[in-house]
Write a protein that binds this ligand. Structure first.
Ligand code: IPE
Ligand code: IPE
Ligand code: MG
Length: 242
């Protein structure tokens, strides 16, 4: 079972290019991308993955044309409303990570409702990163520790990486051990910077709307073949497993 990653993090990229390749508008690709969210979630559920974190909208994505941003917001609301019952039925706990305060009211309400409904589930922890940025996450955690220092509750000398870790989002889950990015780009784009310190990276040229369960399996198989050394030597690991 240790061959199955505990926590998969995915940058779902390539919706626009996938649509363009078929002479369709970008929004078509985003719509089809939602279907892949469903198949990926169910694939993870079947394989016994504990947590899945999907990058849906970055803090940088506000720079896109206004029509695309508002289409994405609308799609987010309709997908949440459409999928939440099914998620709940499957025992999935949904959390949205990111600065949701900037979203339209209707979306904020749909988020709260979905999180409340699924809060006691534990079969799969599904996190959707929306208006999320890794640097924002670390900055927010730092602010929290600074507040403790200012209030006299924390000695600056006692600030450790473990203490900072506790303030970072998703610290209650196993750290992501497999990162997947579709769409051919090989970059992190300000995703889970802190959490991915020791994550295995997997890149595929498939566009997100093409990422089916078979593709998920290919990524997991690649993960299963890797030797994770965490700083040690391969010989040390071999000796320990004897
Ligand atoms: C990812 O697909 C979805 C979001 C960022 C919302 P893109 O929209 O980035 O698709 P490409 O990269 O332009 O093809
Ligand atoms: C990253 O995708 C964020 C999401 C998938 C939501 P982008 O397509 O926006 O990333 P860059 O800007 O090309 O790196
Ligand atoms: Mg992109």
């Amino acid at each position: 079972m240790d061959r199955i990653p505990k926590h998969i993090a995915i940058v779902m990229d390539g919706n626009g290019r996938w649509a363009k390749r078929q002479n369709r508008p970008r929004f078509w690709g985003h719509k089809r991308g939602v279907e892949r969210v469903r198949s990926t979630v169910e694939g993870c559920l079947d394989l016994g993955v504990e947590a899945l974190t999907l990058f849906a909208f970055s803090t940088e994505n506000w720079k896109r044309p206004e029509e695309e941003v508002s289409f994405l917001m609308g799609l987010f609301v309709s997908s949440l409303n459409k999928e939440v019952k099914r998620l709940h039925k499957n025992g999935i706990r949904l959390r949205i990570i990111g600065e949701t305060g900037r979203f339209p009211q209707q979306l904020q309400e749909a988020i709260i409702e979905a999180e409340m409904l699924t809060q006691h589930n534990s079969k799969l922890f599904l996190n959707i990163a929306a208006n999320y940025g890794g640097r924002w996450d670390i900055t927010k955690a730092t602010q929290q520790l600074c507040r403790h220092v200012a209030e006299g509750k924390l000695d600056p000398e006692k600030v450790t990486s473990e203490l900072l870790h506790q303030q970072i989002l998703l610290s209650d889950l196993p750290e992501p051990d497999l990162f997947i990015r579709t769409g051919g780009e090989q970059r992190i784009s300000n995703f889970l910077l802190w959490q991915m310190a020791y994550c295995e990276l997997f890149f595929t040229d498939l566009y997100w709307p093409e990422f089916d369960r078979e593709a998920l399996k290919v990524a997991i198989d690649s993960f299963a073949e890797r030797q994770r050394r965490f700083g040690r030597t391969g010989d040390q690991l071999k000796a320990e497993s004897k």
